[in-house]
Design a binder for this molecule. Structure first.
Ligand code: F6R
Length: 239
């Protein structure tokens, strides 16, 4: 694991360089994206670089980590909506090549098909991750099998509480989501994990130095050959 400790702004600039390099070398790269607060600065930086003409996504394909069960793209709280607003509508990626797990009116096979689509696309080149305070990656809560593929998950109370800020009240936060599995994430050729703020410090310490255990899903990243962590000084303060 390579660990970088920088301000959020500097981390976004450095991580955006990875995308510029990748898309120059492989214009049809496959990108794994995340939602939540963590990646917003990176998305702003990718948009800025795109507008400067430093990179184009017009041959790229993307797969998002997760989606809430019961929400479709017309709902402002859905992750599809989040991605369209915060990234896709501001760059040149063809929307039909941006994939987010199905949250509403899904076929029974939609989770299996999601993994199949990733494989057919050639596999994910860069998977972006945030981390939950309980160690979740994607919405793989503690206890999820390291062998999991895309699947339906029950959200823990702490995750629902952490995400309630995007809804009018806690009651409105869905109880379930569809998430790429841990194996799906680990199959990515490289992984960039971002964490900011003191509230992530404990889980970052456990993920990096603790035992590799399903109780801390992010700890599996110790076994991936190409992981870079971009931490701000608060998230890194227990290292
Ligand atoms: C989001 C995701 C989650 C978040 C995590 C951190 O697609 O899969 O694992 O990365 O919950 O959320 P924030 O960034 O809001 O602190």
């Amino acid at each position: 694991m390579k660990i970088h400790v920088f301000s959020e702004e500097k981390a976004a600039v450095l991580a955006a360089d990875r995308y510029v390099e990748l898309l120059k070398r492989k214009p049809n790269a496959v990108l794994g994206f995340a939602t939540g607060s963590t990646p917003l600065q990176l998305y702003r930086e990718l948009i800025r670089r795109y507008k400067l003409g430093e990179l184009s996504f017009n041959q790229a394909t993307s797969f998002n980590l997760d989606e809430y069960v019961g929400l479709d793209g017309s709902s402002p709280q859905s992750y599809r909506y989040f991605m369209n607003k915060n990234l896709f509508e501001q760059i040149d990626i063809p929307l039909e090549r941006t994939f987010v797990p199905c949250g509403k009116n899904c076929s029974e096979k939609s989770t299996v098909e999601y993994d199949a689509k990733i494989q057919v696309s050639g596999g994910i080149d860069i998977q972006l991750l945030g981390v939950g305070r309980n160690g979740h990656i994607g919405f793989n809560e503690p206890g999820t099998s390291f062998d999991s593929l895309t699947h339906r998950v029950q959200l823990s109370r702490s995750t629902r509480e952490a995400n309630a800020r995007f809804f009018r009240s806690l009651d409105e936060v869905p109880f379930e989501a569809v998430s790429m599995g841990i194996k799906t994430v680990m199959n990515a050729r490289s992984i960039l994990l971002f964490a900011q703020g003191e509230e992530k410090a404990e889980v970052i310490q456990k993920a990096i130095y603790g035992p590799v255990t399903e109780e801390v899903p992010a700890s599996i990243l110790q076994l991936h050959p190409f992981v870079e962590l971009f931490l701000d000084p608060e998230a890194a303060k227990l290292l």
